[in-house]
Design a binder for this molecule. Structure first.
Ligand code: CS2
Length: 495
């Protein structure tokens, strides 16, 4: 449904857009690159790019524009979309009341495909104007072994990059080439800022970058260690995948945009104040710069992200499709509240002056927002990379200090069932997207011979299978699921 008065999003149509749409207060055609961002997806566009946009609106300083870099062929679609819209896109904030706030974001000013011209990307990153390289490459992009935390040095792409330093495939090769070129040209190194959902994201990134550089040039690795900053950060904004309905709805509101971003109103960004080059004063637009990010990261990963996984895996077995749909089930919602209270909270550290109970209440309200329509398939996507970061640390803490483990055990039992059958308990097909889907499925199928077979995927679970306190509870739930006991009946007992 496209209203007659919608306009194709372009620089030239900005002034014709309906007045309820917020447009850049600055001349978006004058924005220049100060940040190179690797991995431009929905989340980057609802979060960092929105902060940059607001910063430009507020200060008029247009030197912090973003040049997006696509490392994968699949990123071409983003480049084409942005180019066709003069790099503009719409951000639609969906409030629980049904209200929509639409803003046009002008913070991205360029986009390059590394797969097409790697040397141009290295040149861009080496330019004096670039002061920050930021990343949202998802957990998998960091190339570490989830159990040992070590860099996977025999990854074929790593070997390729060592042999092809001017045409790498992975982020590490680009960072090395650009940092070297800058050093050779006497240009200060950029700050490398991870915006991914990984605890100690900056420290992990630093360790991975140094591990890679060490394989190539140990002396330079030493220089990077001493001269380049990798701030940790906590990033937060629920950003579901954009649907055709979102595109049609936006057209009815006045804008034709082939790839808008939809998100919740809430956003948070807590950044360690550790930069080796200039940075924008993002504190002017709501970001918090702090000395220690760890407690904030831990709070968010263990409460929000693990909370999502609880609803995602258990809700999928019960036949729900979305986070808010699962929240409408009282038992599931109560179980989530109980998970936060009894399993997560006892292991959190004090977080500035934040009230953890209030944080939990706000989370429940965010999850219940009926307009976000966050698909459980998005939440369960790449669970093999998420569960070790979001859920297992809480479980391991509770096993170490005799804490509650029931809900975590049910989530893992649900994951085993989900991985084996790729269906809900009622037999509805589930869309499973996971790099380890085949390995997980064959492990889970081992159930008929060995009830604990799924837990033997050590690259995910470590030695969890050797903990009898855990395996007893886990096996109890998994047997019930296999016997056909509805997961919601089990949830009732835990809520
Ligand atoms: C989600 C996150 O991917 C997931 O499982 O929990 O994408 C979540 O929506 C964001 O981290 C919110 O900031």
């Amino acid at each position: 449904m496209q209203s007659q008065s919608s306009f194709r999003l372009r620089q030239s149509s900005l002034s014709t857009l309906p007045s309820h749409i917020e447009i850049p207060q600055y001349d978006a055609s004058k924005v220049t690159t100060g940040i190179v961002h690797i991995g431009v997806g929905g989340f980057h566009r609802s979060h960092e790019a929105m902060y940059v946009n607001n910063y430009m609106n507020q200060t008029g300083d247009l030197s912090w524009g973003i040049c997006g870099i696509g490392l994968r062929d699949a990123d071409k679609k983003m480049q084409d979309t942005l180019v066709s819209q003069d790099y503009l896109y719409s951000l639609v904030e969906k409030h629980p009341s049904g209200e929509r706030k639409v803003s046009v974001i002008g913070a991205i000013c360029d986009f390059m495909m590394a797969t097409e011209n790697p040397e141009a990307v290295i040149d861009k990153m080496s330019s004096e104007d670039v002061k920050i390289v930021s990343l949202t490459i998802t957990e998998g992009g960091y190339n570490f072994d989830p159990v040992t935390g070590e860099f996977i040095a025999d990854n074929p792409d790593v070997l390729h990059d060592i042999a092809n330093p001017t045409a790498p495939k992975l982020v590490f090769g680009y960072l090395l080439a650009a940092l070297k070129a800058r050093k050779d040209a006497g240009i200060k190194p950029f700050t490398i800022m991870s915006c991914d959902n990984i605890q100690h994201n900056g420290d992990v990134l630093k360790a991975m970058v140094l591990a890679y550089i060490n394989l190539v040039d140990a002396a330079f690795a030493q220089w990077v260690e001493e001269n380049v900053a990798f701030p940790n950060s906590m990033v937060d904004r629920i950003t579901p995948a954009t649907t055709q309905d979102d595109i049609a709805e936006l057209a009815s509101l006045g804008i034709e945009d082939t790839w808008p971003v939809v998100c919740e109103p809430f956003h948070q960004w807590v950044i360690e104040d550790d930069f080796c080059h200039e940075r924008p004063a993002f504190e002017q637009v709501g970001a918090q710069f702090v000395k220690h990010v760890a407690p904030y990261e831990k709070l968010k990963l263990r409460m929000l992200n693990a909370g999502h996984s609880v609803l995602g895996l258990v809700g999928s077995l019960a036949g729900f499709d979305t986070i808010h749909g699962s929240m409408e089930n009282t038992a599931l919602r109560d179980m989530l509240g109980e998970f936060m209270r009894a399993e997560v909270k006892p292991n959190l550290d004090p977080v500035g002056d934040m009230d953890v109970n209030e944080y939990g209440q706000i989370l429940l309200a965010r999850f219940a927002n009926p307009n976000i329509k966050d698909a459980l398939s998005r939440i369960c996507l790449e669970s093999s990379a998420k569960i070790p970061v979001f859920l297992l640390p809480t479980l391991n803490d509770n096993l170490a200090n005799d804490g509650n483990i029931d809900i975590s055990a049910l989530v893992l039992a649900s994951w085993a069932y989900y991985s084996q059958f790729h269906t809900s308990q009622q037999g509805k097909a589930l869309e499973v997207q996971d790099q380890m889907a085949d390995e997980l499925q064959s492990a889970a199928k081992g159930y008929s011979e060995d009830k604990l077979a799924f837990l033997k995927v050590r690259s995910i679970f470590g030695d969890l299978v050797e903990n009898p306190r855990f395996t007893e509870v886990y096996q109890g739930y998994l047997s019930k699921l296999h016997e056909g006991v509805p997961v919601l009946d089990i949830v009732e007992t835990l809520a």
